[in-house]
Design a protein around this ligand. Structure first.
Ligand code: HPA
Ligand code: MG
Length: 215
């Protein structure tokens, strides 16, 4: 497969009725519908792992998990890469690291952040950044500009979700799980004010949910 795959979910996608899936009882009133079932996330992630192995086999990569929302995608994608590593002729040696970003305060010049990057990038220079979602793309651009100051050999971004937006010029990561309409989604570690990380499927939040868990 020469070109990278993309799963696009169109604007008219209605998702799946909550009653057809297993949803924690405490969230039943807070969701509209299941948007991307957990099994589909896993199947798509498995495919991304194959593409990454195809492109990167032989290089040592540093996988950088963007917390907190990226932790499920990060863990599952790495599990698939590890399974391929032990079953294929090619393999990717992996080192992991973690970073916490908040879109409203990317304090990039803070002491601990620059220490972290300097430390990391002198040892390993093939960097894979794994956020959960690219929305406006601004946070990721800021992070990439910072990482590039440390002159890594390569930086690739692998995002589970990318939102289709009309206003902002779209930032496209190198690998994308799903391109989705401009809706607020939760679950599979994506949150709304820290709630819904404990939900397997990616779901669309309801007005009731927004009201109940608003700050
Ligand atoms: N869900 C959760 N977190 C987010 C989203 C979303 O749709 N967009 C940006 N951060
Ligand atoms: Mg969040």
């Amino acid at each position: 497969f020469g070109t990278r795959s993309l799963r696009r979910i169109f604007d008219d996608e209605r998702g799946y009725n909550l009653n057809k899936f297993c949803i924690p009882n405490h969230y039943m009133e807070d969701l509209e519908h299941v948007f991307i079932p957990h099994g589909l996330i896993m199947d798509r992630t498995e495919r991304l792992a194959r593409e990454i192995l195809h492109d990167m086999g032989g290089h040592h990569i540093v996988a950088l998990c963007v917390l907190k929302g990226g932790y499920k995608f990060f863990a599952d994608l790495l599990d698939f890469i590890k399974a391929l590593n032990r079953n294929c002729d090619r393999s990717i040696p992996l080192t992991v690291d973690f970073i916490r970003l908040k879109s409203y305060c990317v304090r990039l010049n803070c002491w601990c952040f620059s220490m972290f990057c300097g430390h990391l990038l002198t040892w390993f220079t093939y960097l894979f950044v794994m956020p959960d979602i690219i929305d406006t793309g601004r946070t990721m651009q800021t992070l990439l500009n910072l990482l590039k100051q440390y002159k890594p050999n390569m930086v690739k971004v692998t995002s589970l979700l990318v939102k289709r937006r009309s206003q902002t010029p779209a930032y496209r990561p190198d690998y994308i799980g799903f391109e989705i309409p401009d809706k607020f989604v939760v679950g599979y570690a994506l949150d709304y004010n820290e709630y819904f990380r404990d939900l397997n499927h990616i779901c669309v939040i309801s007005d009731n949910g927004k009201e109940k868990y608003k700050k």
